[in-house]
Design a protein around this ligand. Structure first.
Ligand code: ATP
Length: 242
């Protein structure tokens, strides 16, 4: 088991945002958490990443294990460097004043291996648009291109697990399809993916396992297909688009 979240309670100050959630991610899987605004999806990812406060919630109870060992006492930079997790953040926090190339290189700061150039090539193969724009300042990229860069950066960090927070947010349908194709491709190359999405339709299509979150709890789980066919899920999250 790559990631296990067990009976996790977490909150911000006096607000408890997660009320004892449990789920797991097996090596090689795509797992998705879906749910409405405010359900606690981002909070879950931030708790796993151990981001510094105030952005990150405080874990009140429960455990988070990566490769079998608890990471609750692990410093954020160790989580990224040693556990090889990376987060493609909602809002794509890339460094706007740096070029595409510089942003990608920066992501490799924790790596000590010799494959950096090879992986850079791989990112450019996945996203030819980024190759064309490698010397361009990142804040001049389009929204979709910035999202590609955020995904590319996560890949350059060479994580065992890549966590993505709403990678389709605000993107045109055609770009969204492209992003989902890439997620599949990344996964086929051996990277495990934990994806949170408002776009439940697409997320459930590519997910091996899926969980529904509602106000800080997990209310349903199953394979992506099971949940996509579930009447309650359809009514609440899939709207008319089937
Ligand atoms: P969305 O899809 O809207 O991003 P979400 O499922 O990711 O929703 P979270 O962002 O995890 O939801 O929010 C869960 C709850 O925690 C919400 O009630 C939210 O107001 C609260 N919350 C999130 N971040 C903070 C924070 N930094 N300080 C206080 N409360 C927060």
């Amino acid at each position: 088991m790559l990631l296990e979240v067990e009976n996790l309670y977490a909150g911000y100050g006096k607000i408890e945002a997660l009320h004892g959630i449990s789920f797991h991610v097996e090596k090689g899987e795509i797992v998705t958490l879906i749910g409405a605004n405010g359900a606690g999806k981002s909070t879950t990812l931030k708790a796993i990443m151990r981001l510094p406060p105030p952005e990150s919630p405080t874990v009140l109870n429960g455990d988070i294990r990566f490769n079998g060992a608890s990471i609750l006492k692990t410093e954020p930079h160790h989580v990224v460097a040693h556990l090889r997790m990376d987060l493609v953040p909602e809002g794509r926090h890339i460094f706007g004043n740096l070029t595409v190339n510089e942003n990608l290189k920066l992501a490799t700061w924790t790596r000590k291996d010799d494959d950096i150039q090879k992986d850079m090539e791989r990112v450019f193969e996945l996203f030819p648009r980024l190759r064309e724009r490698m010397h361009q300042r990142s804040d001049t990229l389009s929204g979709g291109e910035q999202q590609m860069l955020a995904v590319g950066r996560a890949l350059m960090a060479k994580p065992q697990l890549v966590m993505m927070d709403e990678p389709s947010l605000g993107l045109a349908p055609i770009v969204v399809r492209g992003i989902f194709d890439i997620i599949r491709e990344i996964n086929a190359q051996g990277i495990t993916v934990l994806l949170i999405e408002q776009n439940a339709n697409m997320a459930l299509k590519i997910a091996d396992q899926a969980y529904v979150m509602q106000t800080g709890t997990i209310t349903m789980s199953g394979t992506g297909r099971e949940l996509a066919e579930n009447e309650e899920v359809k009514a609440a999250y899939l709207g008319k688009a089937k």
